[in-house]
Write a protein that binds this ligand. Structure first.
Ligand SMILES: C[S@@+](CC[C@H](N)C(=O)[O-])C[C@H]1O[C@@H](n2cnc3c(N)ncnc32)[C@H](O)[C@@H]1O
Length: 176
């Protein structure tokens, strides 16, 4: 199993852009970043929201994200270890996730299960339980996933897409 911590990439920046648009138009009191990695997106929106929890299954990610938080002197983010929602009891106004979405099981950062979307499905089954009444979820998906199936099964609303050379990235909104 490769458990290197994911470095921000095109998918990170695309999701960051969508999240920044949302936090500009609405004041979110509580935010959860699932699979926070180095904490890049959470750290970049910390001044626009009240409180953020960033979780990751990779202890190294949590350690590095916490180091980055301290270095930047940011007080309103907590990073902690969690396999999806296992250690998350609260509900949030905003939950976002840049998930591992490639087929495979060897790389914690990129592999989302045999079909590439088993982890995504688990997240989508649980996420609404952790949203407040008017809460919003945002997930990044890829053309490597079965987008039309996920869209229909989980009632997802497309926010935007980004065509890359070898794939298209999508951001989807999840309403409570
Ligand atoms: C594509 S990376 C995204 C990292 C970061 N959020 C970003 O946008 O750059 C996916 C992240 O999900 C984490 N992850 C994988 N499986 C997870 C699980 N079951 N629960 C929580 N986090 C998980 C990985 O460790 C990795 O940090």
């Amino acid at each position: 199993m490769n458990s290197e911590v994911y470095e921000p990439d095109e998918d990170t920046y695309f999701l960051e852009e969508q999240i920044k648009k949302l936090v500009k138009i609405r004041k979110f009191k509580s935010v959860l970043e699932m699979g926070t990695g180095l904490g890049y997106i959470s750290l970049s929106i910390a001044d626009k929201v009240n409180k953020i929890l960033g979780v990751d299954i990779n202890p190294k990610a949590v350690e590095f994200a916490e180091k980055n938080r301290k270095e930047q002197g940011i007080e309103n983010i907590e990073f902690k270890l969690s396999n999806l929602f296992e250690n998350v009891i609260e509900r949030f106004d905003l939950i976002f996730f840049n998930p591992p979405y490639l087929p495979g099981k060897d790389d914690l950062s990129c592999d989302g299960g045999e079909k590439g979307q088993e982890l995504i499905e688990k997240f989508l089954i649980e996420v609404r339980k952790h949203l407040n009444k008017e809460g919003i979820g945002v997930i990044l998906l890829s053309s490597f996933n079965n987008i039309s199936e996920l869209e229909k099964r989980f009632n997802l609303i497309k926010l935007d897409e980004l065509k890359l050379f070898f794939e298209t990235l999508y951001c989807y909104k999840i309403l409570k």
